[in-house]
Design a protein around this ligand. Structure first.
Ligand SMILES: Cc1ncc(COP(=O)(O)O)c(C=O)c1O
Length: 350
């Protein structure tokens, strides 16, 4: 009889469940060491935390790979580091990247300011312009990048046609699914080749770490690992330990994010001071039908448009006590921020 494997919640706590030896610690040990004793005369790879082979880094990556149902994964110093290294692993000077135009402002700046400098051209296409995706593929196109759900409008992109296009043209499909976490959505099950996440957000969940991760095939992760060592992007062991600790409650936190997000969105939709609510769990959201099909839950992020514009928004923000005005998301506390001044500063009203 085929017994089902451990569920996501069990994996997030234990990785692959195993019997612990007597007297061993129940909580994982922190190896806060840059380097490890090297056997004399050994030509085995040395253990050095910049190489990502410190036990805290290794165990965390194995657990995340299991959650994403990937062959392999790797953690780096930030979500931006993960996005940068994932793209450097697949793109070369002269290549062309096709990117969704609905992306985090930091990612867009990375593409505009840095990929261009490396001789990599980027074309942005709105995910709802289905025909334009196909038209925008060039001979030099190597990869497609999509973020879903999007920051901050919570658009849930149908990866079906995009992954079909990628496969047809032999392109790598990279997906930033920070806003879902592997509990709500696993892009590799929907045709993506690479999943990128800012572990700063849901994975860690306690607003006390900056970290990022990528998952995909073993050869892709090996290339990211090579770049990580050379560009000096490894996650610090303590940050890895904290992310692992946060991930132990990922599944239960996501359940609560999903139910609280829905409650806030439904409340906001009835509120006379709010003109628009962006939450994929609401029937009024443009992607509600698709979101219901592909997401396990709609998440804890809600986009709000306040009647009365900037002045009314600032008045509202000044009255908040429990809710803190700070950028970032997905921690246990509730945060509110204005994308025009934070995540999407400098990239125009769209
Ligand atoms: C969707 C998305 N991707 C990537 C990042 C970058 O993550 P980090 O701040 O960990 O570098 C963010 C940050 O807000 C984000 O919202």
């Amino acid at each position: 009889m085929n017994r089902p494997g451990p569920g996501l919640s069990t994996i997030a706590i234990h990785g692959i469940p195993h019997r612990r030896p007597d007297w061993s610690p129940v909580a994982p040990s922190l190896y806060q060491s840059s380097t490890f004793v090297n056997p004399i005369g050994s030509d085995d790879e040395v253990l050095y935390s910049r190489y990502g082979n410190n036990p805290n880094q290794v165990e965390l990556a194995k657990k995340y790979a299991l959650l994403e149902k990937a062959d392999a994964a790797i953690f780096v110093a930030s979500g931006m580091g993960a996005t940068a290294l994932a793209h450097l692993a697949v793109l070369r000077p002269g290549d062309h990247l096709l990117s969704s135009s609905w992306i985090y402002g930091g990612t867009q700046r990375l593409f505009d300011e840095e990929l261009g400098r490396l001789g990599i051209e980027v074309t942005y296409v709105a995910p709802d312009q289905v025909r334009l995706w196909r038209k925008s593929v060039r001979k030099s196109t190597r990869a497609i990048f999509v973020e879903t759900p999007t920051n901050p409008l919570m658009r849930v992109i149908d990866l079906g046609p995009i992954s079909y296009l990628a496969e047809e043209h032999g392109l790598a499909l990279l997906v930033d699914a920070t806003f879902a976490s592997p509990v709500n959505f696993r892009p590799l099950e929907h045709g993506a080749d690479v999943v990128i996440t800012s572990a700063t957000k849901y994975l860690n969940g306690h607003s006390d770490v900056i970290a990022g991760a990528v998952a995909g095939t073993a050869s892709f992760v090996e290339e990211v690992n090579r770049l990580m060592r050379l560009w000096g992007q490894a996650i610090d062991p303590h940050a890895a330990w904290l992310v692992d600790r946060g991930m132990r409650t990922l599944a239960v936190r996501m359940e609560r994010h999903n139910s609280n997000g829905m409650a806030v969105a439904q409340w906001a939709e009835q509120h006379p001071g709010i003109s628009k609510v962006h939450y994929p769990g609401l029937p009024s959201h443009p992607d509600h039908a698709h979101a219901k099909l592909v997401l396990t839950g709609f998440g804890g992020m809600v986009g709000l448009e306040v009647k009365g514009g900037t002045k009314a928004t600032e008045r509202l923000l000044k009255r908040l006590k429990l809710v803190t005005h700070a950028p970032s998301l997905a921690g246990v506390e509730t945060l509110v921020s204005e994308p025009r001044l934070t995540s999407h500063k400098g990239i125009g009203p769209e």
